[in-house]
Design a protein around this ligand. Structure first.
Ligand code: N01
Length: 540
């Protein structure tokens, strides 16, 4: 069917918020089914998280061959990745290439933030208002706003008085930053800090790393892809994707056939070693029981500790860099290139702010309880108000004037991570209650968009105006998500998965942890049963 959307219509079938991987595919898919669509994007360009997060060393921790659209074999065959783990700039090039190839830009209103979405129950239509003063009415709203799109700035006394530049990793200047000859401080040692610190250290005269919690990080083992690997991957993409769709996390990874303690010590070590050499975050899935059984997890942790101690020269520094407050993998494992080796450099100082807290920042630097560090520039790698932060910034008002932000004041409540009771025809993409960041986000977004697209076809075919998750279905899903999380080791960590990084945020495990394939099966069963758990509504 012909594309019917344009970026000027004020009454459309679907409004999509965000032009990252999810929003772009939504635009394409909804257009293909003949719906009129408007996409709003706060940035001046497509890309979402990959538009903003340009800090040195920014890469994806999912392999490039997997972290790309699967819905079109033409796209898979035409695009050629250069490295095992793609850089931010290569991923952004890919997204721009797709946007051009599918002629998506004309459907997107850039530099425009959606500030509110209000339901009119009489017409069962949503009215969206933007910060440019435009209002648009639509039947469906799809929030493709991203789970990690609201950067956090720490509340440190005097931060605003710092005399030099302050850079947040999630809002890095497009022209890049030259730290040559500078004394630089980095606050934060999550994935963003762990990726940027080695490169900043190579450039800066002095680097001071302020670490609150040490993190587990596994070497990426990144390298260029060979022509043979690319040819093989393209020839076998179908199978690669089949394995990904049936996997726990959206990548073609298969865990060791035995459980950790069923394997002999030699088998265990060999399995960990093999996974370690493959590199990256999937180390936490070497054995299927690693995130459930503390004894199994401890085996992985001991292996990890040995590897890390071996590359750090100073045992006291190693002691500070090795986590001891959470099981390995219960916070997202970072993926690095030479992170721990960086602390062997003479121009790098590690400061544990657990031992000596940051007390204030002044014009010339950062003061801990013991030392004042004179600095020329400051980098905040301090993370995000994840999963709910960006949705909370939009005034989303459903039935009877009910606000989403109030409805979620004790933690997010969704059905399947897709729908919310009281908010008919409002869909979330990769939101709370879905596997989201626990899976390959590109395939995850595709799955959600496909599900929503098929739901709209179903509604139209059967003469329904709207669908709305029932309160009973939402309650049951929240309970199921909690029960599944409580059966794992994940709640043991003070992670952003539970909102622990945002002062005052309710502590709720915000993701469906039962695995990507299991989740997709549940979503398919719901659809096959005529959208069980959703009330299907006739036109008012
Ligand atoms: O953020 P984080 P991130 N004083 O929240 C510290 C994805 N991602 O941007 O742990 C001192 O993990 C905070 O300390 P603590 C990926 O899913 C992926 O690094 O709260 N320190 C922590 O060390 C990832 O998990 C990729 O004690 C303060 C750090 O800042 C997610 O995004 C790359 C502080 C924040 O770490 C988030 O990663 C990048 C304070 N006041 C991101 N406040 C890849 O694909 C916070 N911290 C590889």
């Amino acid at each position: 069917m012909a594309a019917v959307s344009s970026a000027t219509e004020s009454n459309v079938d679907v409004i999509v918020v965000g032009a990252g991987f999810g929003g772009l595919y939504a635009l394409h898919r909804f257009r293909q089914q003949g719906l009129s669509v408007r996409v709003f994007e706060a940035a001046p360009e497509v890309g979402g998280t990959w538009y903003y997060n340009r800090y040195p060393g920014a890469r994806c921790d999912v392999e490039s061959l997997d972290y790309c659209y699967s819905f079109s074999d033409e796209l898979q065959q035409e695009w050629t990745w250069t490295e095992k783990y793609a850089t931010q700039s290569e991923i952004l090039d890919y997204i721009n290439w797709v946007a051009d190839k599918l002629d998506l830009r004309a459907g997107i209103t850039f530099n425009t933030r959606v500030v509110s979405a209000v339901l009119d129950e009489d017409s069962m239509r949503w009215t969206i208002a933007t910060d440019n003063g435009e209002t648009v009415v639509a039947r469906f709203v799809v929030m493709a706003t991203g789970p990690l799109s609201s950067p956090l700035t720490p509340d440190i006394p005097g931060l605003e008085t710092f005399g030099g530049p302050i850079y947040h990793t999630a809002h890095w200047p497009h022209e890049g930053v030259d730290f040559t000859g500078k004394r630089v401080g980095v606050i934060g040692t999550g994935s963003s800090g762990v990726q940027s610190i080695p490169l900043i250290a190579e450039q800066a005269a002095q680097l001071v790393v302020f670490q609150r919690s040490p993190n587990y990080s596994v070497p990426a083992g990144n390298r260029p892809l060979t022509a043979e690997e690319i040819a093989h991957a393209k020839a076998t993409y179908g199978e690669r994707r089949r394995l990904s769709w049936r996997s726990g996390g959206g990548s073609p990874h298969v865990a060791h056939p035995k459980l950790t303690m069923q394997a002999s010590p030699e088998e265990r070590r060999a399995a960990f070693e093999e996974r370690w050499q493959l590199g990256g975050v999937l180390f936490s899935k070497t054995f299927a029981d690693q995130m459930i059984d503390i004894e199994a997890n401890e085996e992985a942790r001991k292996f990890y500790e040995g590897k890390i101690r071996a590359v750090i020269d100073d045992p006291e520094v190693a002691e500070l860099l090795i986590p001891n407050d959470h099981p390995i993998g219960t916070k997202r494992i970072c993926t690095d290139t030479n992170y721990f080796q960086t602390f062997n450099r003479s121009n790098v100082t590690l400061v544990s702010v657990r031992k000596t807290p940051i007390e204030s920042i002044d014009e010339s630097g950062v003061a801990t309880s013991e030392v004042h560090y004179d600095l020329d520039a400051l980098v905040l790698a301090t993370g995000f108000d994840a999963m709910t932060g960006t949705l909370a910034k939009i005034d989303i008002v459903g039935r009877g004037g009910q606000k989403l932000v109030d409805d979620w004041s004790h933690g997010p409540r969704t059905y399947l991570g897709l729908g919310v009771d009281g908010f008919p025809n409002l869909f979330l993409v990769s939101g709370p209650g879905a596997p989201a960041v626990l899976a390959n986000m590109v395939l995850h977004a595709e799955a959600h968009i496909q599900w929503i697209s098929e739901a709209i076809v179903y509604l139209d075919k059967h003469g329904y105006a709207a669908m709305e998750a029932t309160s009973a279905a939402v309650d049951a899903w929240v309970t199921e998500c909690n029960q599944r999380a409580d059966a794992t080791l994940f709640p043991k960590a003070n992670s952003w998965y539970v909102g622990a990084n945002v002062p005052g945020k309710p502590r709720v495990f915000m993701l469906f942890i039962g695995g990507f394939a299991t989740y997709l099966d549940i979503c398919a069963e719901v659809a096959d049963a005529g959208y069980k758990g959703f009330a299907l509504l006739k036109a008012p």
